[in-house]
Design a binder for this molecule. Structure first.
Ligand code: UD1
Ligand code: CA
Length: 474
């Protein structure tokens, strides 16, 4: 469902991301922790962009250069406001005072640690401000485990106040309608309301939640908007991060199936925020998608494969146990088998790389066969080099192709070759020791070993012995 269009009202979104996030026990700011391959902050910024905001200000802590950098990477036009002291959520919003003062119709206040809110929900909150019906819209949810959350104090369905868990009475703590934290305020009244909030509470903090009583004291309407609990989960620690990941994975799997992919065991498949699966794609159990993977129609990804940054054409079969790394582009009908790793390589239609290979920085034509155990030696410890293999070529098993090197169309490489020079089209190249054969050597050896008093040891030791015989003398 697309968000309702609200083109007649301008909207400023203030994203709070300055919290200390101590409960994560992490060297990195909480909002940069990832869900389905992208940061919580990125999820929030994308959802806001989809909801159609005109301006975004992200409030960051003084030592959070990485949060500012992520903001700019995701939403170049977003502004950064610094909250130098962490004095609470209302204080944090006021770090964006200059932007709020510009007088947008709607002010949306969202938390970067509440990453699962859908664009439609932002739009619904804004809808409730229309026509001056309400000055404040608070987003809430119902839960049987309300501990830790602010509670909605309701009288005849009207929102009277929000009480923080710490400041709540025993009776108030039993309330199961909780504050998700997010608010929509009428833009031209927002500053007056925010400035009216004090810090007379157990934490000596300026609570955004007190905007409810501030508005009511001025005779303004306040309303609660109730969201599904799986949209408003706040992430304060690693267990909640895992809960949010689980919710997001369920959403992504459902979407993939609705779009026509078969997930044999959906719960065991990990998707990324941007995974694209074509129609009639089959994903077997235990497959992991990192960011940037597209799978074409009719392709199958078999169990225990790990894919990231890869584009797969139609009717391809990948895995089991395949690893596709960034820059992999596979055409239609390609086969990538077990224990094959492909990186930064294009593979032509119908080409097979079925067993135990490393393909890095290569361009491979159509209908080529890459034998078991083929390794592309693309790195000399300093630089990476490219390998080109033409169409209809045949690379014998256990070959090492030392880049940079070109194998012409239709060429054959003998098994076990180390190829260091270009090979012409339709040629046979062999780069391995010539086989020698010693008739009867083995029976002679066995006979000598059995002779009593014989000093002969293993052929290897004999080669190195004082008799001066080389190994080849056997
Ligand atoms: C807040 C709400 C609570 C609600 C809960 C939902 C308040 C006072 N409380 O509590 O009612 O049930 O969210 O998850 O609003 N932040 C700053 N600067 C600050 C303080 C916080 O930027 O000085 C940011 C944090 O980075 C975070 C957000 O504001 O993104 C919420 O702060 P947090 O401390 O997590 O609030 P909660 O205790 O979870
Ligand atoms: Ca929180």
């Amino acid at each position: 469902m697309p968000p309702p269009n609200l083109p007649d009202r301008t909207c400023l979104a203030v994203v709070l991301a300055a919290g200390e996030s101590l409960r994560m026990c992490s060297a990195q700011p909480k909002v940069l922790h990832k869900l389905a391959g992208r940061s919580m902050l990125a999820h929030v910024l994308h959802s806001l962009a989809e909801a159609g905001t005109d301006k975004i200000v992200v409030v960051v802590g003084p030592s959070h250069a990485a949060v500012a950098a992520e903001t700019k990477a995701i939403a170049a036009s977003a502004e950064i406001a610094i909250q130098t002291e962490r004095l609470g959520t209302a204080h944090a919003v006021l770090a964006a005072r200059a932007a709020i003062a510009k007088g947008y119709d709607d002010l949306l206040i969202v938390f970067a640690d509440t990453p699962l809110v859908r664009p439609q929900t932002f739009a619904k909150m804004r809808q409730a401000l229309r026509g001056g019906q309400n000055a404040v819209v608070a987003l809430g949810f119902k839960t049987s485990k309300p501990a830790g959350y602010g509670r909605f104090i309701l009288e005849n369905d009207a929102l009277i106040a929000i009480r923080e868990d710490r400041d709540a009475s025993e009776a108030e703590r039993t309330i199961e309608t909780c504050n998700a934290g997010l608010m929509a305020l009428e833009g031209n009244r927002a500053l007056a309301l925010l400035d009216a909030i004090g810090n007379a509470n157990s934490q000596k903090e300026f609570y955004l939640t007190d905007v409810v009583t501030a508005a009511r004291a001025r005779g303004l309407n306040v309303t609660a908007s109730i969201a599904a609990v799986d949209e408003v989960l706040g992430v304060n620690d690693r267990a909640q991060l895992a809960d949010a990941e689980a919710i997001l994975q369920m959403r992504l799997r459902t979407k993939a199936m609705q779009e026509g992919a078969t997930l044999l065991d959906p719960g065991s498949v990990t998707l990324a925020f941007d995974t694209v699966l074509g129609r009639d794609v089959v994903i077997e159990p235990h497959v992991v998608f990192g960011p940037g993977v597209r799978v074409g129609e009719g392709s199958t990804v078999r169990s225990f494969s790990y894919l990231e940054g890869a584009t797969i054409g139609t009717n391809a079969v990948i895995g089991p146990f395949a690893r596709l790394r960034p820059g992999t582009e596979l055409s239609q009908d390609v086969r990538i088998g077990n224990f094959v790793e492909v990186k930064a390589s294009e593979v032509g239609a119908g080409t097979k790389i079925n067993h135990l290979s490393y393909i890095g920085d290569a361009t491979i034509g159509a209908k080529t066969n890459i034998g078991a155990g083929t390794i592309i030696c693309n790195y000399d410890g300093f630089s990476k080099y490219r390998t080109e293999i033409g169409a209809h070529a045949f690379i014998g098993s256990n070959s090492a192709l030392v880049a940079p090197v070109k194998i012409g169309e239709g060429a054959y490489i003998g098994s076990g070759s180390v190829i260091t020079k270009d090979v012409a089209a339709d040629a046979l190249a062999l780069g391995r020791a010539r086989q020698i054969e010693k008739p009867d050597w083995a029976s002679l050896f066995r006979h000598k070993r059995k002779e009593p008093g014989s000093s002969m040891e293993e052929p290897k030791a004999a080669g190195a012995s004082s008799s001066g015989k080389s190994k080849d003398d056997f």
